[in-house]
Design a protein around this ligand. Structure first.
Ligand code: ATP
Ligand code: MG
Length: 634
């Protein structure tokens, strides 16, 4: 199997280029298929077409994916779609004819026809694929390791071409992929800059271990998703470099119309009918801005829509009365055709955050002179550094600033009812933040038995502060909340306004506008984190130990409360004259310009050696419990 050149070789070649634009063109030349690789694939395909036609009359082998979507990379897999539509019709007519002539002649179907064993109309994809595997194994020369993988989201037959090591997949239910491949081809032919950019971003994502698993086999983005991110970025330049899918649909003519599995896949097929873009930005600028866009992107709170070429709030995609709605996650990319499909739906919180962090690092690097200017001292420069394999330091968990807890936005934590009520709403961040604030307070006070009270901005806890704050909020009511959130995220402590009140028990939360920030003064009375796990085990050893250990348990909050109570009892419940120490919690909402999330800054108010371990405990405990509380409350 042909391997791509390694990092050192690549580095040597690219560092010899004159500028970044040239580097990007070189990358393309180095990665794309050689003529011989392309013809090998074509040969293999026509061989298969020939063999399969014998067994499945009228069938068509259609390539899709990277072999043909213009983003081919040497050694990439070969995705094939076996179209059996005609074969089905053929079989149906043959069967009909045969029934009519049944009494006159004996079986007209050839004895060894494979179609006599199976009815394509009624058999399952798995059954058909087993048959395809048999044909492939027995009748296509030079192919080995044939295996039907029928349990995957998309069932396929896998094979390897012996001589070249080329890997291939054959699927039978994948017309949408053939169509989206056409769409990517079209994008490439509309503008010259698409291909070099996609190659660079794909390679960066691969080297940083952000992408790579075909068909979402793990929590990484797949190459299709990465490509859509580039297309979306290019739709959003001014002037735009690529048209929106809706625009391409408007331009469509007769034979461009196409519906697959109920989804409208209509778009103009002929790239020459798309007006050339007036945008003349260089590849160098575009690549840097690609990273900039996604480093600052609100992935959790928005859905990337290539149909409209816009990012829209997640709540617009809640379909109150439909099952065909998007599965929301840390990154939401709506497939431009199968609209209910989140192409990044397999991503988990961690890989979502890694994507963002790597984009941010790439963006910062792209602003440096090292990126823009060729080094005359023989140093690495330009795009090369973006492809540096991940070091172990980059793999360590998010290097978040000290003493900050993060609660990621999850629409799925809200109840069905709340989600429906948020349909189309722009205030969903506030609604969610309101719940998070309640939850955090509950966890601190009821579960961990700390005492909290709201503070005003300057630290005076008078009742008057609360009223003042309410007034101040009202005055600001009409100002754009989005902007407040953004500025709040940058200078969270500046806003004078607070939502908490100075009431000794719980701050009033409901109905207030937060300006993205709440503060509490919080007294910690006991070491509720020391020996907690042991106490939990003791309490719940039997009979439902399993329940106690898993966070899926809906009663986990009550359970944790009991754990704390037991720990306090163990200490003797003595009345303490003063707390162990106090902390200030500043809870603020980030979103709009940056990923939607709640951030809690925890600051100790006295010098204490206990703080680091307390904080370490909160870091895991609070986000988990908060999510559980919201699920329960809702
Ligand atoms: P490579 O094989 O180099 O990783 P690829 O573009 O072929 O790149 P695959 O994961 O092999 O990516 O997928 C093949 C094709 O299947 C894609 O080009 C796309 O057309 C389609 N496809 C893959 N994943 C999805 C998805 N999540 N949603 C819709 N279509 C997809
Ligand atoms: Mg592929």
């Amino acid at each position: 199997k042909k391997q791509l050149i390694n990092f050192e070789e690549l580095s040597q070649i690219l560092c010899g280029a004159a500028d970044v634009d040239e580097q990007l063109q070189q990358l393309l030349q180095l990665f794309q298929f050689s003529d011989s690789e392309r013809s090998l694939r074509e040969l293999l395909m026509s061989l298969m077409q020939e063999v399969f036609s014998e067994f499945f009359p009228g069938c068509k082998i259609l390539p899709f994916g990277s072999s043909v979507n213009t983003f081919d990379v040497r050694g990439c897999d070969m995705d094939l779609f076996l179209d059996l539509e005609n074969t089905k019709t053929f079989q149906a007519t043959a069967t009909e004819r045969q029934t009519q002539e049944h009494d006159i002649q004996s079986d007209t179907r050839s004895e060894d026809s494979i179609l006599s064993d199976i009815d394509l109309e009624t058999s399952t994809p798995a059954e058909i694929l087993e048959l395809v595997a048999t044909v492939l194994q027995k009748c296509v020369p030079g192919v080995h390791k044939v295996q039907a993988v029928t349990t995957a989201r998309l069932p396929v037959v896998k094979f390897i071409h012996k001589e070249s090591g080329l890997q291939g997949d054959i699927s039978i239910n994948n017309r949408l992929a053939v169509r989206n491949t056409k769409f990517l081809q079209l994008c490439s032919s509309v503008d010259q800059r698409v291909r070099p950019l996609v190659y660079a971003v794909r390679h960066w994502a691969k080297q940083k271990q952000l992408a790579g698993n075909p068909f979402g086999g793990g929590p990484l983005l797949n190459n299709y998703a990465v490509t859509l991110l580039v297309v979306f970025f290019l739709q959003n330049r001014t002037p735009a470099i690529l048209p929106t899918v809706n625009h391409l649909k408007e331009l469509a003519e007769g034979e461009d119309h196409c519906i697959i599995d109920g989804w409208d896949c209509t778009f103009l097929n002929d790239p020459s009918k798309v007006d050339a873009s007036e945008n003349s930005e260089s590849l160098c600028v575009l690549l840097a801005d690609f990273f900039k866009l996604y480093a600052q992107f609100d992935f959790a709170g928005t859905v990337i829509s290539l149909r409209e070429g816009k990012a829209r709030p997640v709540t617009e995609f809640i379909k109150p009365d439909s099952h065909r709605h998007l599965k929301f996650g840390p990154i939401n990319i709506q497939d431009p055709f199968e609209l209910s499909h989140n192409v990044a739906g397999n991503i988990n919180e961690r890989s979502g955050q890694r994507f963002k962090r790597q984009s941010d690092e790439a963006f910062k690097y792209c602003r440096s002179l090292q990126f823009q200017r060729k080094s005359n001292k023989g140093k690495m420069w330009g795009i090369v550094r973006l492809f540096q394999p991940l070091s172990s330091a980059d793999c360590s968990p998010a290097s978040s600033p000290a003493n900050v807890l993060t609660i990621p936005f999850k629409l799925s934590a809200l109840s069905e009812q709340t989600r429906k009520s948020l349909h189309g709403s722009l205030d969903f961040r506030e609604v969610w933040f309101d719940k998070v604030c309640h939850a955090v307070l509950y966890v601190m006070e009821s579960v961990l038995k700390c005492s909290c009270f709201g503070q005003s901005g300057e630290g005076d806890d008078t009742a008057g502060g609360a009223d003042r704050s309410l007034d101040a909020v009202d005055e600001k009511e009409d100002e754009g909340f989005e902007e407040e959130i953004c500025s709040g995220s940058k200078r969270p402590c500046e806003a004078e306004e607070l939502a908490g009140t100075s009431a000794p028990k719980k701050p009033r939360l409901g109905g207030l506008r937060y300006q993205g920030e709440v503060r509490w003064h919080c007294s910690v009375w006991n070491k509720v984190w020391v020996g907690r796990r042991k106490m939990r085990r003791q309490l719940y050893r039997s009979p439902n130990k399993a329940d106690a250990e898993t966070s899926d348990n809906p009663g986990i909050l009550d359970l944790e409360e009991k754990v704390t109570d037991a720990m306090l009892r163990q200490e003797g419940n003595e009345v303490k004259p003063s707390p162990l120490f106090e902390v200030q919690l500043v809870v603020f909402l980030v979103g709009g310009n940056g990923d939607t999330r709640t951030v809690i800054r925890v600051t100790p108010l006295q010098q204490t050696a206990l703080f680091p371990e307390f904080f370490h405990f909160l870091q895991l405990f609070v986000p988990k419990m908060t999510e559980k509380y919201i699920e329960r409350l809702d």
